[in-house]
Design a protein around this ligand. Structure first.
Ligand SMILES: [Zn+2]
Length: 65
């Protein structure tokens, strides 16, 4: 099955940008109203309070080198 490149169903890429600051995103949070992307810094700042209502969370912060 061929996937549209705009659909996120795999690993995050350098094209994924933090919604808060525009840095490369390493955490994707699917909320009932949409998807939020965060860099490591803003994931640390926001994830804890978002995760309770998140549909799913993809956390790739271990890739931050
Ligand atoms: Zn950020």
């Amino acid at each position: 099955m061929k996937h549209d490149s705009a659909v996120h169903d795999g690993a995050m890429t350098a094209l994924d940008r933090c919604d808060a600051c525009g840095a490369q995103a390493y955490v994707r949070v699917e909320m009932p109203y949409g998807v939020l992307m965060f860099c490591g810094h803003h994931a640390n700042a926001h994830l804890e309070k978002l995760v309770a209502s998140a549909v799913s969370v993809r956390d790739e912060r271990e890739r931050i080198g």
